[in-house]
Design a protein around this ligand. Structure first.
Ligand code: ZN
Length: 335
């Protein structure tokens, strides 16, 4: 167990070698539109306000997907989101740019919630840049834990490096957040990064605004957007299948047990996957019943002032009523 990860929730590891799935990222949309069509005008401020303050037109999962797809589409019309980064000496510039562009695209929609920059120091290195990376990080902070990249087993975080992979790992030292990425010199399957970058973009946004006052919020939100906005992601039924197979037996628990665990914020105990899988259901409930902006405000406030106070202040609800409603939704959907 690497203790450094306990100080940062932004840890990600993506093994992308040997993927066989056909590339089908949303970046291909524009390529299929060969005809020159007038590009849609960016939304007005009033339209954006309306979008982030409204609920899905249909209170169904399809309606939910349509609503967040509309928000994401509106965000695509914004200018690129700046990600400052330092590239390793042997990183392939075109690959570095592609990676940055992909993350930048996924971060755009959080600009509607006030995101203007990342609170992270980014490196994008190649698999051959270990020596450079050690020098670079230590020059920034002599206390930087360079064991994050283990050259003996060739791992960054928990991700095995090679010329074909993309790996990323977040860490925090002395109040500063670092994001270390390796894009392999032979990395090709950029489209496979769609769901990874979608997931991580949620964490980058959370790093600025707060991870939420519940154990399932950070991973739940990241999993929600990954599942709802990216076709390369795990499907909803895959997410639920893993939840149902949780060794904790959470899917067999009674509604009352689910409620108790949620109320005491102990539902993620014993199985770290629960935060992702059950967390996605939690976000389905939240986004079906509250706007993008309200959930953002709930997340911001519950990160610092606790869940109960945030529920009252932001949503104007009795916390226990919300816990009951969440438990009922999660119980029903995980059966
Ligand atoms: Zn995550």
């Amino acid at each position: 167990m690497r203790t450094r990860f306990t100080v940062s929730l932004v840890v990600f590891v993506a093994l992308l070698a040997g993927c066989s799935q056909a590339p089908e990222g949303y970046s291909s949309d524009s390529e299929t539109n060969q005809q020159s069509q007038p590009s849609p005008a960016p939304l007005t401020e009033a339209q954006i306000n309306q979008l982030i303050r409204s609920l899905p037109e249909q209170k169904t999962r399809d309606g939910l997907r349509a609503h967040y797809t509309a928000i994401e589409k509106a965000a695509r019309l914004l200018e690129p989101f700046e990600i400052e980064h330092t590239a390793g000496p042997t990183a392939v510039p075109s690959k570095v740019e592609s990676v940055v562009e992909m993350f930048s695209d996924k971060l755009k929609m959080y600009q509607f919630l006030g995101l203007v920059g990342l609170d992270q120091d980014w490196v994008i290195a190649s698999e051959k840049d270990y020596a450079w990376w050690v020098d670079y990080r230590l020059s920034q902070d002599p206390g930087f834990d360079v064991s994050l990249w283990n050259p003996e087993i060739n791992e960054l975080g928990h991700c095995r490096l090679s010329a074909e992979v993309f790996c990323g790992a977040g860490s925090a030292f002395n109040g500063k957040n670092y994001q270390d990425n390796v894009v392999g010199t032979e990395f090709k399957e950029l489209s496979r990064l769609d769901y990874v970058s979608r997931h991580e973009a949620a964490h980058f946004y959370q790093a600025v605004f707060g991870y939420g006052g519940r154990c399932w919020m950070a991973e739940g939100q990241a999993t929600f957007f990954e599942t709802y906005l990216e076709s390369t992601s795990r499907s909803r039924s895959d997410v639920l299948a893993r939840l149902k197979a949780s060794p904790t037996g959470i899917a067999q628990a009674s509604e009352e047990e689910v409620l108790n665990l949620l109320t005491n914020d102990q539902i993620c105990q014993s199985d770290s996957d629960i935060a992702y899988d059950l967390g996605m259901l939690g976000y389905e409930y939240l986004y079906l019943n509250f706007s993008f902006l309200d959930v953002h405000n709930l997340q911001v406030q519950s990160s610092t002032e606790g869940w109960d106070k945030a529920v009252v202040d932001v949503l104007g609800k009795d916390p226990q009523e919300l816990n009951v409603a969440l438990a009922s939704y999660i119980y029903t959907e995980s059966k």
